[in-house]
Design a binder for this molecule. Structure first.
Ligand code: 6PG
Length: 477
């Protein structure tokens, strides 16, 4: 019997995907650069399903049913190219190579185009949910051809997470669409994490709560509209005590957030596409700032207000205010992320169904949340929705959050608690709803120093003012 799918690259993500497939009754061919990992998998987990261990590229390819489906789960970049170069020559027309790593979508587009020339399908696939997700049901975001999804789709839907019986897997669009959407998922993940971290800092700084008490606040929030995996694990992290010192775990961890690159890519591409994803950008910058050890050291002792606990009515309502501000800022972050997917879709000619994306993010992935039910509904009702902010329930939520959102940001400013995520979300919101923006003045400045021209509100065409003359004459440019 041949395998219906093969996995090469058996580090923890690849291993867990292979086990997930086997546990669902699919025969899985296994391959890894070093043989030990392959043997180990079969020894430890062979009883979970049908595996065909192989120890050479040719043996691996020969073990597969046609069209062959090979899942590559190796490091993004050069290692991925190396594996593709190894297997592509051994494959035949119609075979499918899946890259399930966190590749840059531009690399995926390049690889897809090259392999299409050889008659092969290349499917860049986002997989979210970490190690546990890979084993028990991730959210899966495959790109590539419609044809490839015919054979691959049923397998992937089978092993994906399910919400209300609906698989968290859908064909996103051609070539790099899947990896693009996974990239934006990660950008949103960064923004979500940053907003939650700021909420913690606010509750501690303005109320003087200990981490364990804040964990309880998050637990309560997790029973409401903020119900999500990230809030849930935040409560777990906050209530954890370091065994060695007896201190709250969060206090013994170095306060420098690391990043592997997907958040940064999201911002880079956001800049290229001209999409204002300020919430995601601030989250990436917040990590960079935290990691700027020398800069922070040199700046310690700069003047500013001391953190002191609020009192009275302000203190009483503060946790609820933060909840509302967090929810409103979260809506902004998602609105920005979905706008980026719209912009990417338009730029690269992908017809991405935003409602379907929201739907497969409801389970399995890191940003899974109850909130995504409402996002799904919003795009189902209006597929071309210009921004989530104007959609029914979200509009109502930001309306209800107005006082809280503003007072939380004001309190943060007054106490000197940095809240780049909350602040930029509110600034974005106010800029969007403004009747007029000072961008008009920027245009005037550009025209003054560089004759860059401007457009008028009352007439078509572009204009330039002769700033140097006394009359300051205007003429069409
Ligand atoms: C996921 C995660 C996963 C990974 C992040 C972490 O969806 O399962 O997003 O892809 O944990 O890439 O990224 P950083 O190391 O950059 O925080």
């Amino acid at each position: 019997k041949k395998a219906s799918i093969g996995v090469t690259g058996l580090a923890v993500m690849g291993r867990n995907l292979a086990r997930n497939l086997a546990r669902h009754g699919h025969t899985v061919a296994l391959h890894n650069r070093s043989e030990a990992r392959t043997r180990e998998l079969v020894e430890q987990f062979g009883h979970e399903g049908e595996f065909i261990p192989t120890y050479s590229a040719q043996e691996f390819v020969d073990a597969l049913d046609r069209p062959r489906q090979i899942v590559i789960m190796v490091k993004a970049g050069a290692p991925t190219d190396a594996v593709i170069d190894e297997f592509a020559p051994l494959l035949e027309k119609g075979d499918v190579i899946v890259d399930a790593g966190n590749a840059h979508f531009a690399d995926t587009r390049r690889r897809e185009a090259a392999l299409r020339e050889q008659g092969l399908h290349f499917v860049g696939t986002g997989v979210s949910g970490g190690e546990e997700g890979a084993l028990h049901g991730p959210s899966i975001m495959p790109g590539g051809s419609v044809e490839s999804y015919q054979s691959l789709g049923p397998l992937f839907e089978d092993i994906s997470a399910k919400v209300d019986g609906v698989p968290c897997c859908t064909h996103i669009g051609p070539d790099g669409a899947g990896h693009f959407v996974k990239m934006v998922h990660n950008g949103i993940e960064y923004a979500d994490m940053q907003l939650i971290a700021e909420s913690f800092d606010l509750l501690r700084g303005a109320l003087g709560y200990e981490p364990a008490r804040i964990a309880e606040v998050f637990k309560t929030w997790n029973t409401g509209r903020l119900d999500s995996y990230l809030i849930e694990i935040t409560a777990e992290v906050l209530k954890h005590t370091d065994a060695a010192t007896g201190k709250p775990f969060v206090d013994i961890v170095t306060d420098q957030a690391e990043q592997k690159g997907t958040g940064r890519w999201t911002v880079q591409i956001g800049l290229d596409l001209g999409v204002p994803i300020s919430g995601i950008a601030e989250a990436v910058f917040a990590r960079s700032l935290s990691g700027s050890a020398d800069l922070r050291k040199a700046s310690r002792g700069l003047p500013g207000p001391a953190r002191k606990a609020l009192s009275g009515a302000e203190a009483e309502s503060f946790a609820d205010d933060v909840e509302r501000a967090l929810y409103a800022s979260k809506i902004v972050a998602y609105a920005q992320g979905f706008n980026q997917i719209q912009a990417g879709g338009a730029e690269y000619g992908w017809d991405i169904d935003l409602g379907a994306v929201a739907k497969i993010w409801r389970g399995g992935c890191i940003i899974r949340a109850k909130f995504l039910d409402d996002v799904t509904a919003a795009f189902a009702a209006e597929p071309k929705l210009p921004t989530l902010l104007t959609s029914g329930d979200f509009r109502k939520a930001v309306e209800d959050a107005q006082d809280s959102w503003r007072s939380v940001v004001a309190t943060a400013v007054k106490l000197g608690i940095p809240t780049p995520g909350f602040s930029t979300a509110l600034a974005y919101y106010d800029a969007l709803r403004a009747e007029r923006l000072p961008a008009a003045l920027v245009q005037g400045q550009r025209d003054f120093f560089g004759a860059h021209t401007y457009r008028r509100v009352d007439r078509e065409g572009s204009f330039h003012t002769e700033w140097a003359t006394d009359e300051r004459a205007e003429h069409s440019a």
